[in-house]
Design a binder for this molecule. Structure first.
Ligand code: FES
Length: 108
């Protein structure tokens, strides 16, 4: 498990309800803002490789823009999946405030 925090972007770069793609350390990460909370997950959908950052939020899930699979923002599980086989990796996040700036960080 990764223990160091990596800065992904500024909180102000995120639009509520829409994803943002960040490529860092060889990983493509989709970031979503819900109020003052931020969620980060692998960008590549396990169904057919859709970019989760191009999706939208629905009831605590990020929805893939290609075919609508929805993954829980908290644990990456596929909504409605009986098998639990389809899971997106999620990353622990925090918002670090320094003066009047706020940085989105994750353990990636
Ligand atoms: S590629 Fe994501 S639902 Fe099909």
């Amino acid at each position: 498990m990764k223990t160091a925090w990596t800065t992904l972007c500024e909180l102000g770069d995120l639009v509520e309800g829409l994803g943002k793609l960040v490529d860092i350390d060889g990983k493509s990460i989709a970031i979503f803002r819900v109020g003052e909370t931020v969620h980060a997950m692998e960008d590549r959908c396990p169904h057919a490789g859709g970019s989760m950052s191009g999706g939208y939020l629905d009831d605590g899930c990020a929805v893939c823009p290609l075919h609508g699979w929805a993954f829980d923002l908290g644990n990456g599980s596929l909504r409605g999946s009986a098998s639990g086989d389809e899971v997106l990796g999620v990353f622990e996040t925090r918002v670090l405030r320094e003066g009047d700036r706020a940085w989105v960080q994750a353990k990636i």
